[in-house]
Design a protein around this ligand. Structure first.
Ligand code: DUC
Ligand code: ZN
Length: 455
């Protein structure tokens, strides 16, 4: 039987198993896995690991925040993602004044569709103004936003009663709430106190956002979700205080999931002491924590208390970051890692002895796809989209702003050595990265309307 394309002789790595076989692709999907398959086109993957395309469920491309817009647009951001082995992302929609959720979704799609090189989904944000129009949640769900973002910080912050109502509305449609958990009252009080005392430098950013209060906020929303009876996914866990809350909830049988991001695994808070704009680059929320906290996160991934690694990719230009020097609270928050996530987790997670290659695939591909209703992504089996990474475990890269493909002139990972890098990346059967370079055209990616399995 002749396939359109066969990936030959690779070592297939899924969340469950590692084995040598060929992958036969017909059209956009995996049609068969077996020995000695033949295709009209064949790619030799000898010496490569063949993994599912990675899934990053937390990115902010061309995201407006106040007077700023994040620096990667839907083209440059998805290009960098693809080169790093990520073939599906989930970004966000926010409603504007007098705009319905479905209208906001259409507007966001109009921005993304002509530019994306990989497939994407969108989380619908429920802000304070949306509480009066929660009757729109079913339409947003029907339109493909199966997950809903709730903020406990920033201008979009929901108070506890609003959180309750939003969680009920998401529960009623069978959606998944995703939460930014920090205690905004404490943060705004500490920021005001520090600024009033002349403590304006970036090193006061982490001191205004204590880990204990991230833990408190996570614990609070976990308790509200238990009361409502809805699953919960906690974004960007930066500290052991949140890990402990998630572990305790899961032990009680509550469906609570947590992700962390490369910045919390690889970087720590002494970066805020760097002079000038260098100290502003790492400003993100939650902030970078201590090396001891990093260790807690690696441990949590290895024990499966945290289930996913995503990025919260949200870079700002040097000029944008510099504009907040003199008042750390005005530095736009967000850092890049969309390209390095998947290979860096292999280099330091797998090769570093924290977890197996199967767990690496699980936390970067399979579990995020499953939790977020990406039913054809994140796994290698017949019937799944042929989203595949031919990963060269011997390739070495020294990360720098010049070698990464993100649309900024800085990276916090400058000089980080990684062993293992994607050589070839396929999305729905099309080679979109070859020899580490993009070969795909903007606009080929598709919006994925997501639903979640009942129960
Ligand atoms: N945190 C950031 O640092 N940036 C974007 C949004 C967020 O929650
Ligand atoms: Zn985010």
């Amino acid at each position: 039987m002749m396939f359109d394309l066969v990936i030959k002789n690779g070592e297939i790595v899924t969340a469950e198993a590692t084995y040598r076989a060929d992958i036969g692709i017909r059209g956009e999907q995996i049609a068969a896995i077996g020995q000695n398959l033949t295709g009209r086109q064949e790619i030799d993957a000898t010496g490569k690991l063949v993994t599912p395309g990675a899934v990053d469920v937390h990115v902010h491309l061309e995201m407006p925040i106040g007077n700023f817009v994040s620096a990667d647009d839907f083209f440059t951001g998805t290009r960098a993602a693809a080169i790093g082995g990520t073939t599906t992302i989930i970004d966000f929609v926010e409603t504007g004044p007098n705009e319905t959720m479905v209208q906001a979704l259409a507007a966001r799609r109009a921005k993304a569709d002509p530019k994306v090189v990989i497939d994407y989904g969108l989380h619908m944000t429920i802000g304070p103004d949306d509480i009066a129009r929660l009757d729109q949640v079913p339409a947003a769900y029907e339109a493909g936003c199966a997950s809903f973002k709730l903020y406990m910080a920033y201008g979009l912050r929901l108070r506890d009663g609003e959180l309750l109502q939003a969680l009920e509305a998401v529960r009623d449609v069978g959606g998944l709430p995703v939460v930014h958990a920090e205690n905004w009252d404490i943060i705004t009080t500490l920021i005001a106190r520090n600024l009033a005392a002349g403590r304006v430098d970036p090193c006061w950013h982490p001191r205004s956002r204590p880990a204990a209060m991230e833990g408190e906020a996570a614990g609070r929303v976990i308790d509200i979700a238990a009361l409502v009876g809805v699953p919960l996914y906690i974004f960007h866990v930066s500290c052991g205080e949140v890990v402990d809350r998630i572990a305790a909830a899961r032990l009680r049988g509550q469906p609570v999931y947590g992700e962390t991001c490369p910045q919390y695994l690889f970087l720590s808070d002494e970066l805020y002491d760097r002079p000038g704009v260098s100290g502003a680059y790492p400003v993100c929320a939650p902030p970078l924590r201590t090396p001891a906290q990093q260790e807690r996160l690696w441990e949590a991934l290895s024990r499966q208390t945290l289930q996913v690694v995503s990025t919260d990719h949200c870079p700002f230009t040097t000029a944008d970051k510099a504009s907040g020097l003199g008042n750390f609270s005005r530095i736009p928050g967000g850092v890049p890692s969309i390209e390095m996530r998947f290979p860096a987790l292999y280099a330091y997670g797998v090769c570093g002895g924290w977890f197996s290659a199967n767990r690496w695939v699980d936390m970067c591909c399979t579990t995020p796809a499953r939790l977020f209703g990406l039913t054809r992504k994140g796994h290698i089996a017949a019937g799944y989209d042929a989203d595949l990474v031919l990963f060269d475990p011997q390739a070495r890269r020294r990360l720098s702003a010049e070698t990464l493909h993100e649309n900024i002139d800085w990276t916090l990972y400058d000089g980080l050595e990684v062993t293992g890098w994607p050589d070839t990346v396929l999305s729905r059967g099309e080679v979109i990265v070859s020899g580490g370079e993009l070969t795909a055209r903007p606009g080929r990616g598709r919006f994925i309307a997501r639903r979640l399995p009942a129960g």
